[in-house]
Design a protein around this ligand. Structure first.
Ligand code: GDP
Length: 178
């Protein structure tokens, strides 16, 4: 993809129920998006596209839902198309965090962390009282794999715009380094 103008393919990975669909739906209603260009590429494939304006630069974002095993199966194809990976877990479900760590390991094995934006997100931050994944555990994994880490709530739309901006900034930063 060229530095700007080209579409960015963003893969939202994570276990069932962590809020991948909810996050994408919130991205689609972000204040950064140009509403006139939001469209669904392919409903059946869980793919949605949107055009956002950030720092005076337009970016077309295509969101794909993906589970880790699908990544492993099609890593070679994905390596050619993906611009960013968002690894989601639920802060209330330890097993989804373990799946997120698996996904990070898998990306690492394929050297995707070096050239691609990789962001881990602890979703459902509104349910902090039922938290089973400690901040420290997530921070240490993020440090180990050199990825960004944030918490958000797709449910109450908290920190989701910030996550979207973070994804775009990371993509631009990584592309500049190529
Ligand atoms: P997916 O399987 O990863 O796509 O997960 P979904 O987006 O379908 O969400 C699974 C369930 O979690 C749904 O009932 C959502 O309403 C709920 N959910 C998603 N995000 C949040 C959140 O941030 N907070 C809360 N409390 N519930 C959420």
């Amino acid at each position: 993809d060229p530095d700007n103008g080209g579409a960015h393919d963003i893969y939202i990975m994570g276990a069932t129920g962590v809020g991948k669909t909810a996050l994408i739906n919130q991205f689609m209603t972000s204040e950064y998006m140009s509403a006139y260009e939001s469209f669904s590429v392919d409903e059946s494939a869980d793919t949605k596209a949107v055009t956002v304006m950030l720092d005076g630069e337009e970016a077309e974002l295509i969101f794909h839902e993906l589970n880790t095993t699908d990544f492993e199966k099609s890593a070679d194809t994905l390596k050619d198309t993906a611009d960013a990976y968002v690894i989601a877990y639920s802060i209330t479900d330890r097993r989804t965090f373990e799946r997120a760590v698996d996904a990070l390991y898998c990306l690492h094995q394929h050297n995707e962390g070096i050239y691609k934006a990789v962001i881990m997100v602890g979703n459902k931050s509104d349910l902090a009282r039922s938290r089973t994944v400690a901040d420290e555990a997530a921070m240490s994994v993020a440090l180990q794999y050199g990825c960004k880490l944030t918490e958000a709530s797709a449910g109450i739309n908290h920190n989701v715009d910030e996550l979207l901006v973070g994804i775009i900034k990371q993509i631009r930063l990584k592309k500049r380094k190529l």
